[in-house]
Design a protein around this ligand. Structure first.
Ligand SMILES: *Cc1c(COP(=O)(O)O)cnc(C)c1O
Length: 447
C-alpha cells in the first residue's frame, strides 16, 4: 500500500507521532494506526479539509455527519465571535440567557409548537438517555409505574452510553458491554433492502409495523416508548424505509398508549429533505432527540424536545415529581448561538430547496455506480446517498477509505455500504469530484 501524501511530509509525520503517543481515538483499534496512521488536518474551508502541506480532501461524510454548512463558515464564525464577547456560559439551573431562549422558541416553532419544551445536553447519547428517562418518569408521574420498557428497531443505533447502548442493536458494540446493559425488545427493521420478492417498499414497511403492533398487543402495559430513527437508520448501513412506516408506528403507539421517540440526531436539520425527518412522513413524535447538525458541526450540543403534556406531567410542587437530570454544560451559550446561526442560514438561503436540487444532481451523477457489476441498492433520501458493494473482503471499508483519500476525498464506508453525506455547500464541481473520486476508489478497491 502506497503511503498517503500526508505521510511524506515531516510536519505531518511529527504530528502523527505526537498523536499516537497521547491520543486514544474513538471507534479505533489503535494498533491499526501502526500501518494506517491518522491524517492530520490543519484547517477547513467550506466542504474541504486541508492538511499541513495543503493537500485537500472533500469532506463527503460531513465529519461524522455533523457539518452542515462547511468548515469555517463565515456566518457561524461571526455569530460565535459576537457571543464570545458577551457570555460564553452560565449555569442553566436558576439562570437563563437569550441564546437558549431564542433557540428553544425557534426549535419549538419548527415543530409547529407540538413539541413545546427543550431540554439540553451536550451529545446525542445523552439526549437519548434523557428521552428514555423522561418517558419512563412521565408514566410513573401519571400513575403507570409498570411502563418501564423500551422497544427498538433492529439495526437501530442510538449512541454508546449505557442507556443509549441498551436500546441500540449493533452487535459489535452491544456484545462488548453486554453485562452492563438493560434488556430492550427489538422489532424488525422496515429497511426496504429486506423486502421479499413481490413485496413493495410499502409492503415491507407495513410488515415491519405489523410486528411492532403485535409486540405492543402483548407488552404495551410494560412499555414506555418505541424509539425509531425516522426515514434512515444511518448506522445500519444507511437503511432507508418507506415513510408509511412512521405513520403506522405513530398509530400503533397511539392505540397502545406508548411514546414514540424520534431519534433525529443524524437525520434532523434537513438531512432527509424535510427540516425534521418525521415531517417527511406527516407525523409528529412525542419526544425528539437532536444533536449532530444542530451547531453546524461546531460545538457539542444536543436537545430533547417533548410534547407539552409530557412537560406538564412533571409540573408540580414536589421536587421528586420534576425531571431530575442535569449536565454541567446544559444550554451552553456559545453552542446555542452557533445553533441560532444555523437556523438563520436555513432561512436566509432557502437551504431545503437548494438541497433538493443538489440531491438530484448527486443521484444523477451517482447513476454511474449502477454500471458496476458488484454494486446494488443505489439509493437516496435527501442528502444521503448510498450503495452496497458485493464483497467478502473484511477490510473493504478501510481499503476503500484509503483509496478515496488518494483521490482527495473523505469517505468512510460502513461495512460494505459506501455513502455520501456531504455538507450542504457542495458546488457542481464538488459533486463531480466526489462521485468521480468514489468511482475511481471503487475500481481501485474491487478487482
Ligand atoms: C450519532 C448518533 C447518536 C449518538 O450521538 P453522539 O453525539 O455520538 O453521542 C444517537 N443516535 C443517532 C441516530 C446517531 O446517529
Amino acid at each position: 500500500m502506497a503511503s498517503r501524501p500526508s505521510e511524506k511530509s515531516p510536519l505531518n509525520r511529527s504530528m502523527i507521532e505526537r498523536t499516537l503517543a497521547s491520543v486514544w481515538h474513538p471507534c479505533t483499534q489503535m494498533k491499526t494506526h501502526e500501518t494506517f496512521p491518522p491524517l492530520p488536518i490543519a484547517r477547513g474551508e467550506g466542504a474541504w479539509l486541508i492538511d499541513a502541506d495543503g493537500h485537500r480532501y472533500l469532506d463527503g461524510i460531513s465529519s461524522w455527519w455533523v457539518n452542515l454548512f462547511g468548515h469555517s463558515n463565515p456566518t457561524i464564525n461571526a455569530a460565535l465571535r459576537d457571543q464570545l464577547e458577551r457570555l460564553e456560559h452560565v449555569i442553566l439551573a436558576g439562570f437563563t440567557h437569550e441564546p437558549v431562549v431564542a433557540l428553544s422558541e425557534r426549535l419549538g416553532a419548527l415543530t409547529d409548537n407540538l413539541l413545546g419544551h427543550c431540554f439540553y445536553a451536550s451529545d446525542g447519547s445523552s439526549a437519548v438517555e434523557i428521552a428514555l428517562k423522561m418517558s419512563m418518569r412521565y408514566w410513573r408521574n401519571i400513575g403507570q409505574p409498570d411502563k418501564i420498557r423500551f422497544v427498538t428497531v433492529s439495526g437501530g443505533y442510538h449512541g454508546e452510553t449505557l442507556g443509549a447502548l441498551s436500546v441500540s442493536d449493533v452487535a459489535l458494540f452491544r456484545d462488548a458491554y453486554a453485562p452492563l446493559l438493560r434488556e430492550s425488545s427489538t422489532v424488525p427493521s422496515p429497511d426496504w433492502r429486506d423486502a421479499r420478492q413481490e413485496e413493495s417498499t410499502t409492503d415491507c414497511a407495513a410488515r415491519a409495523a405489523q410486528a411492532l403492533e403485535q409486540h405492543l398487543d402483548t407488552h404495551a402495559a410494560q412499555t414506555a416508548a418505541v424509539i425509531v430513527e425516522p426515514l434512515v437508520q444511518c448506522a445500519n448501513r444507511m437503511a432507508m424505509h418507506d415513510p408509511v412506516y412512521l405513520r403506522l408506528v405513530r398509530a400503533a403507539c397511539d392505540r397502545h398508549s406508548v411514546h414514540m421517540i424520534a431519534d433525529e440526531i443524524a437525520v434532523g436539520f434537513g438531512r432527509t429533505g424535510s427540516f425534521f425527518a418525521h415531517q417527511g412522513a406527516g407525523v409528529a413524535p412525542d419526544l425528539m432527540t437532536l444533536s449532530k447538525g444542530i451547531t453546524g458541526g461546531y460545538l457539542p450540543l444536543s436537545v430533547v424536545l417533548c410534547r407539552n403534556d409530557i412537560y406538564q406531567a412533571f409540573y408540580a410542587d414536589e421536587i421528586t415529581h420534576g425531571f431530575l437530570h442535569s449536565h454541567s454544560y446544559t444550554g451552553n451559550a456559545l453552542a446555542c448561538s452557533a445553533a441560532l446561526a444555523v437556523l438563520d442560514i436555513f432561512e436566509r438561503d432557502d437551504v431545503l430547496a437548494a438541497n433538493c436540487e443538489r440531491a438530484r444532481k448527486i443521484l444523477e451523477a451517482a447513476q454511474v455506480f449502477n454500471e458496476h457489476p458488484d454494486v446494488s441498492h443505489l439509493r437516496q433520501t435527501g442528502m444521503i446517498t448510498a450503495f452496497d458493494v458485493d464483497t467478502d473482503d473484511p477490510l473493504f471499508s478501510r481499503r476503500y477509505h484509503l483509496a478515496a483519500l488518494e483521490e482527495g476525498l473523505l469517505l468512510r464506508p460502513i461495512s460494505n455500504t459506501v455513502y455520501f453525506m456531504p455538507p450542504y455547500v457542495l458546488s457542481d464541481g464538488d459533486i463531480e469530484h466526489m462521485v468521480n473520486g468514489a468511482w475511481r476508489a471503487l475500481r481501485e478497491t474491487v478487482a
